[in-house]
Ligand binder design. Structure first.
Ligand SMILES: CC(C)(COP(=O)(O)OP(=O)(O)OC[C@H]1O[C@@H](n2cnc3c(N)ncnc32)[C@H](O)[C@@H]1OP(=O)(O)O)[C@@H](O)C(=O)NCCC(=O)NCCS
Length: 402
């Protein structure tokens, strides 16, 4: 395809990889290691990126690969994961991203994936393409020296210190169980596990190699950063717990790392850590941000895949300013399961597709979008019911970054 400005948009081939990687390296300010290049080629496929060409030069790139994402209720939904999107600084704001996305989403729609997901470098870009931030995470720091377990907090035990290489099967098993129960979490391909367990110096961000605390139903992978002079920090790279006991037991073990001044980690909303301590304020939030962004590609398929907290029977109008996933749908929920069918009836709820993407995994509330005039409901009772229905029992969380 050739755009109005003479830019050619086409599928990349082997001969384009060197140039498209260079573009991404410049775009993100980060050189790729040979291992990272190998991983992306395997995940995406050598002849699947879409590139924009001006004359001889590659001036834009986008890629995606198939993913499976859990939605509220535990169903596994097919999604496209978009990644490595860059436009040359010499060609910014001429509509190249829009042209690449138009072609890419046409191809994603043809695969039948119900969702498209990404992580956003900047918050202002992707709403116009129907993506809404759909998981929330807080980066926290705990001053371990003063953190004491609450007298009522359990002490379940069962945590072992193991070497990463000896515990791969146990860790991947816990992750798989956690992933199947957690909205937003993706199935993790072997090639990504390989990267994690190889634990290259270049991936350590100044920290030590990985330490592992393992429980039958959970694990914590962490590194030590900092030295004795400036205070040693246990920086958790990944912690997954399938049960409350595993979560409590792992935190007891982490808080027992006597020589660590503090522990840094990320927490999903409603993580019980603050409640496990006598002083919940010691869990100090450093930042709170979005991770996974969701665009619904097939509205009936996506809305029927998840479960709901209460019955519903209403007409929902979804506005998609980018493609054609919008329309008016009758959404009927009985015993948690939905039936979603196109209708000509008048809507009782109107919402843009990006806002629906934010509600989809249960991380955001319909009532806050209504307060911001980004969701309209015909009555306050309709809003109350929709707000409750789209909630989720478990906090949505992204499984791994891409
Ligand atoms: C983000 C990036 C891909 C945009 O490419 P681009 O070709 O300049 O974008 P386009 O000209 O096609 O713009 C498409 C739309 O997005 C908007 N937009 C683009 N970049 C934006 C930004 N940083 N913030 C807000 N809006 C932005 C444009 O105004 C335009 O809006 P409209 O079509 O509704 O009028 C490019 O700036 C880039 O490579 N940045 C560095 C790497 C990066 O952040 N990649 C994204 C990874 S998630």
């Amino acid at each position: 395809m050739t755009t109005d400005t003479g830019i050619i948009v086409r599928t990349a081939g082997e001969q384009d990889w060197s140039n498209l990687l260079l573009l991404d390296e410049v775009g993100f300010g980060t050189p790729y290691t040979p291992e990272a290049i190998g991983m992306w080629r395997e995940l995406v496929g050598v002849d699947r990126p879409i590139i924009a060409i001006d004359g001889e030069a590659v001036v834009g790139v986008t890629m995606d690969f198939p993913m499976t994402v859990t939605v509220p209720g535990g169903a596994a939904v097919r999604a496209a994961g978009i990644t490595a999107v860059s436009v040359s600084p010499t060609h910014r704001r001429r509509g190249i991203l829009r042209s690449l996305y138009t072609e890419q989403h046409r191809r994603i729609r043809a695969t039948g994936a119900a969702l498209s997901v990404l992580t956003a470098s900047e918050g202002g870009i992707y709403g116009r393409f129907g993506y809404g931030p759909a998981t929330i995470v807080s980066s926290v720091s705990i001053d371990r020296r003063f953190a004491a377990p609450h007298p009522k907090a359990p002490d379940p035990g069962g945590v072992r210190i193991v070497r990463p290489a000896d515990s791969r099967t146990a860790i991947t098993d816990v992750y798989d169980r956690w992933q199947r129960a957690t909205p937003g979490a993706q199935v993790r391909p072997d090639v990504l596990w390989d990267q994690l367990f190889v634990d290259r110096e270049s991936d350590r961000d100044g920290g030590t190699s990985l330490f592992v605390l393992l429980h039958d139903d959970g694990y914590a992978l962490y590194r030590r950063v900092g030295g004795e002079d400036d205070g040693m920090v246990a920086r958790i790279q990944e912690m997954r717990a399938v049960t409350d006991d595993a979560h409590a037991a792992l935190w007891r073990a982490l808080l027992g790392l006597d020589l660590m001044r503090s522990i840094e980690t990320t927490l999903a909303p409603w993580d019980p850590l603050p409640q496990l301590l006598t002083d919940s304020r010691l869990v100090r939030t450093r930042s709170r941000h979005d991770e996974l962004w969701v665009r619904i590609m097939d509205t009936p398929a996506a809305l029927e895949a998840r479960t709901y907290q209460c019955d519903l029977d209403l007409v929902l109008q979804v506005d998609d300013g980018f493609l054609d996933a919008g329309g008016c749908f009758r959404l009927v929920v009985r015993d948690g399961r939905a039936k979603c069918t196109p209708t000509d009836d008048s809507p009782q709820v109107v919402v843009d597709l990006d806002a629906l993407g934010s509600l989809y995994l249960g991380a955001h509330r319909a009532r806050t979008f209504a307060a911001a005039h980004r969701l309209w409901a015909d009555t306050s009772e309709t809003l109350r019911v929709v707000d409750h229905a789209f909630d989720s029992d478990r906090s949505a969380q992204m499984g791994w970054p891409f």
